[in-house]
Design a protein around this ligand. Sequence first.
Ligand SMILES: [Fe+2]
Ligand SMILES: [Fe+2]
Length: 307
Amino acid sequence: MAAGIATETRLGHLPVPLCGLAGRGPLQFPLYLRTTAETLVLYRDTNAQIAEDQLERLFQEGVRELYIRPTDRGVYLHRVEVGLAEILNDKRASVERRADVLHGVAAMVADEVLSQRLDRDGLQRVQRMLVGASSLVLREKGAFGALRGMLGASQSLSQHSVSVSFLTMGLARQVMGADPTTMVHAGLGGMFHDIGRVGNEDLDHDPDHTERGYQTLRQLGLPVEVAQVALSHHERWDGTGFPQMLRGQAIPAMARLVGLVDVFDEVYSTQKTPVGVFDALRILAEAYRGCFEDGIAIQFVKLFRQG
Ligand SMILES: [Fe+2]
Ligand SMILES: [Fe+2]
């Protein structure tokens, strides 16, 4: 896992793929075109309309991305959130660039949705983002690796939830197979495993967040497989977890995956001196011996070895 969300250029502006910029009303931010390694020129100013054929012309001329100011990133992400599936499907942009857009949208959506009580609108935003993520990861080699490389140490509940969501998707693909429904459920389970903590993020010990999360997710009509993740992600393979002290196979399968990923992200993110991914995996294996199913732990390590 590495750097930040979007790669900044030496010029300080952020590259964005051409796709997803056309339509949707006037631009709320200026777009820049790179003319030399060091130069950006204004391509379209705020309030301009931009059409698909203009972007297509740029593409024909060899342009692969335009640039935005770092301060416009939030507005840009809101604009592309609605058309995310289409952007992720557009192979004119590199898989890394599309993974970057996906990660940016995921971080923004998680930040906004998890800052208040979860409602249907928030749930829909997360679902739409995860459907796009799952099809990108399933369709394109290298997509998961690109996404994984963007996940840094988690500083907040929303960052933690995004990391757990994407890593659980990758783990589910290896352990449970690659059907899109499983992938989206894995992503939802990861994203909402700690939903019961929203509003109580500062509590160090809050075992009731599991039951609260389960109730919230069931009330919103999420599948039981997803809601069980909130309830059972602190259960441990050897029976030492909570709230029900379930053991082994009695722990719902998706909750076993999220349980491992959850602890990994915490270990990775909370060391006094920052550690690399493989150090975090080693600490996890030593400090949590017996807590997780061996087969799942092995697959999880493999996730970081593959591209
Ligand atoms: Fe938790
Ligand atoms: Fe967690």
